[in-house]
Design a protein around this ligand. Structure first.
Ligand SMILES: [Zn+2]
Length: 415
């Protein structure tokens, strides 16, 4: 087994949700320091305080306790507690050149991994040991690739300098914005993000993913008034109905001609019992679009639906945007550099549609807007199930291919 596969299996067995990646960040931090990289981490590079997408305090505390119990040194648990789970590492090459930053996301999803006999992580003893949490988007593989790349580059045989960005909370598109705010992209000339799989099979590399679409995620809280459902229903203010009305009408928003759009209510909770008018309801929804213009208009209409549903049922409403990502495109110079670096490693598949969102787009934008170039590439990986499903798995054979690809591109320096 390669080192990257071993790291990936360890992370796969210990998945952590966004902003609770304490064990993962500690492992990354320790490995990078031992390889000679200049590391900044925790609140040095990331201020999670008050972020709208942060989990509740009890969740953050639980994850810190779990990391301690799993052997993470106390000092590192303290460093990464409270949602400050980012790691940034820099290394100078041995000749002049540009500053290249590579983004690797670290978080898992709230999905229960299948225990089916033919699921390899289960069969080979590295399935998730954290109930209800699973690396089902390949971010375990991303971190493994990032650390193997850090080892490969530690000889400093490359032009310019390299910055590795290990990002928390890509799921829910919550982690990139605070990294940008903390200056992760300062002076960066080239920003590169990669993703495993996404429908691209093993043996193929796509240097420039298309359809990286804009998204916003929202949390909505409706607060009404509880009342006896038979004795005095008219005295209640039904938060459940407001949430249900909002849900159906969010899904009834029109499609937009000439743009790719999505709307989804993914979570809905309300009420306490059959004989009580529900006084509280909560829902989570997202909007997506492939142009900034339509993304803005879709978000506006969705908000209108939510507020009108609240008004219709005379309940209070609180609407919080918990995360967002913009649309993004790969610069031709980056695509060309990655295409030439892929020579002999794998077949190049010029453009593969991601058809999804990734807040790496915010890092890409930050670099592009200050005169640099950026790209989003996909490393093909066969999987028995799609990403975000309980049967997803990474083809570990592709991990060293991804490392070589990125290493060559960095060494080439032809961005
Ligand atoms: Zn992902």
């Amino acid at each position: 087994m390669t080192d990257a596969a071993a790291v990936r299996r360890d992370l796969h067995a210990h998945p952590e949700l966004g902003f609770t990646e304490i064990r993962t960040a500690a492992r990354v931090d320790t490995a990078l320091r031992s390889l000679g990289w200049t590391v900044r981490s925790g609140s040095e590079v990331f201020d999670a305080t008050g972020l709208p997408g942060l989990p509740e305090a009890s969740v953050l505390e639980h994850s810190a306790g779990r990391a301690l119990a799993e052997g993470v040194p106390e000092e590192l648990v303290a460093r990464f507690s409270g949602g400050h789970t980012a790691v940034v590492a820099d290394l100078h090459g041995n000749r002049p050149g540009r500053k290249v930053a590579l983004r690797f996301d670290m978080d898992a999803l709230p999905i229960t991994e299948t225990s089916a006999d033919d699921h390899r992580p289960h069969r080979q003893g590295f399935a998730s040991g954290h109930p209800g949490v699973m690396h089902t988007c390949g971010h375990d593989g991303h971190v493994a690739i990032g650390l193997a790349l850090a080892a490969a580059l530690s000889t400093r045989d490359f032009p310019g300098s390299v910055r590795l960005l290990f990002q928390p909370a890509e799921e829910g598109v919550r982690g990139a914005q605070p990294m940008v705010a903390a200056g992760a992209c300062a002076d960066v000339d080239v920003l590169l993000a990669i993703h495993l799989a996404f429908g691209l099979p093993s043996g193929l590399l796509a240097p420039a993913a298309t359809e990286l679409i804009a998204t916003s995620k929202y949390l909505v809280r409706f607060t009404g008034r509880e009342a006896h459902a038979a004795k005095a229903p008219e005295q209640g203010r039904n938060a459940l109905l407001a949430a249900a009305t909002a849900t159906l009408n969010l899904h009834a928003l029109p499609r937009f001609a000439g743009a790719v759009t999505r709307v989804n209510v993914g979570r809905l909770q309300a009420g306490v019992a059959a004989n009580v008018i529900a006084g509280a309801a909560e829902l989570a929804y997202e909007t997506r679009a492939d142009t900034a213009e339509v993304a803005g208009e879709l978000a506006r209409r969705a908000e209108l639906v939510v507020r009108a549903a609240a008004e219709m049922h005379e309940v209070e409403v609180e609407l919080i945007r918990t995360g967002y990502a913009t649309a993004a495109t790969t610069d031709p110079a980056v695509a060309a550099a990655l295409t030439s670096a892929a020579g002999g490693l794998a077949e190049v598949y010029a453009t593969h549609p991601l058809g999804a969102s990734d807040d790496a787009s915010l890092l890409m934008r930050a670099v592009q807007e200050s005169g640099g170039v950026a790209g989003y590439a996909i490393v093909g990986s066969d999987s028995p199930g799609p990403p975000h499903s309980p049967r997803f798995d990474v083809d570990e054979e592709v991990l060293p291919v991804a490392v070589s690809w990125l290493e060559r591109a960095v060494q080439g320096g032809q961005w």
